[in-house]
Design a protein around this ligand. Structure first.
Ligand code: ADP
Length: 341
């Protein structure tokens, strides 16, 4: 694309560093899987370019590590425009958002990660910015207070969230497109592993790539993390050689089982089983027992376990399924585990 410019990344969130950055696809065409989402986003990008209009606001939701940031950083590249990155958690007051909005070039992209963490006052400040490309700034206090209306250059807001349910309805409704990213099937993850291995100059056979894919919890970020660990293991213990047996040993050392669950995932399942008799039990009680935050359990741990039907959510709390119990029975010895995919 002739209009391509390297996106300018500003903001309080550092772009991903080192190898994480090296493995992240830079163009939409390099993204593996999520074909429906990809097609719809490409149509929206193409149409906005053909009409010479600013791309509508886009909300991406889904569990961590599935590609929300990657899509958000690829979109401005397709548009040939610049990108600013902010994090919902760091935007505590409307004034924190002001520099991003006033810096936004015409047609550029503002990416707000964890947008569900914006306080309501910041959300409200965003409404007119998203809808009419203007903001209302109040100067002074009390009777002397007056509101100034400041026009903005039209921009595209891309929001990412692991918790779309926490966004207020007016904010959700201001996104023209809402896309949900789902866990990746093993064949897509295996393709990601093969591409990442090639980027890291690691020769890899298909059986090894399939094994890593199978043990990555449906998540590209984890597939890349597992791959890097296996590379370290291979360098340190196997003179840089790699095959299926070496990959399995390395993954076993990290406590990653056949489903891809790690020790923390299993501790969550074990807590429900041993401490709460299999449930149902409230998430707060599980979190307290594990000395963990409910957010961590809800965002990072539960979505995949629910997806695998190892646990279910009932009106009275979380409950282990027979499959969950069976999986626990299978692991600690480190041997054969049930495979669900
Ligand atoms: P999220 O923002 O949803 O937490 P990221 O976009 O940061 O997830 O993705 C984590 C990593 O996974 C990226 O750095 C990239 O290496 C990899 N990744 C994610 N989605 C894809 C994809 N569709 N194809 C290839 N790699 C991907």
């Amino acid at each position: 694309m002739s209009s391509y410019r390297e996106p300018t990344i500003r903001g309080d969130e550092e772009p991903p560093s080192g190898e994480d950055r090296a493995l992240r696809p830079t163009r939409m065409a390099d993204m593996v899987g999520q074909r429906d989402v990809y097609e719809r986003l490409m149509i929206a990008v193409d149409a906005s370019q053909k009409r010479g209009e600013v791309l509508g606001h886009i909300l991406l939701d889904g569990p961590p590590g599935l590609g929300k940031t990657t899509f958000a950083t690829c979109i401005p590249r397709e548009l040939g425009t610049t990108l600013q990155i902010a994090s919902g958690a760091a935007l505590a007051a409307p004034k924190d958002l002001l520099p991003y909005l006033s810096n936004a070039a015409e047609g550029s992209v503002l990416f707000i990660d964890e947008i569900h963490r914006l306080p309501i006052a910041v959300e409200e400040f965003l409404y007119p910015a998203m809808e009419d490309f203007r903001i209302d700034i109040t100067l002074g206090d009390g009777v002397a207070a007056r509101t100034i209306n400041m026009p903005l250059r039209p921009f595209t807001l891309v929001g990412a969230t692991t918790r779309p349910g926490l966004l207020s309805a007016p904010l959700r409704d201001r996104f023209q497109m809402r896309e949900h990213l789902d866990f990746y099937p093993p064949e897509d993850l295996a393709e990601i592993v093969r591409r990442s291995a090639a980027k890291l100059s690691m020769p890899m056979d298909d059986a090894t790539a399939d094994e890593i894919a199978q043990r990555s919890r449906g998540t590209p970020r984890l597939a890349n993390n597992r791959l890097r660990w296996i590379r370290d293991y291979s360098t340190s213990r196997a003179e840089g050689t790699l095959d299926l047996a070496i990959a399995r040993t390395a993954l076993g050392m990290q406590g990653i089982d056949g489903l891809g669950l790690d020790g923390f995932d299993r501790r969550y399942l074990e807590t429900i089983l041993r401490v709460f008799g299999g449930g149902p039990v409230g998430i707060e009680a599980i979190a307290h027992t594990m000395s963990s935050a409910t957010d961590t359990l809800e965002d990072d741990v539960e979505p995949f376990l629910l997806r695998c039907e190892l646990v279910v959510r009932t009106p009275r709390g979380r409950k282990l399924t027979p499959r969950g119990e069976e999986h626990l029975g299978g692991f600690p010895a480190g041997g054969s585990q049930t495979r669900l995919f």
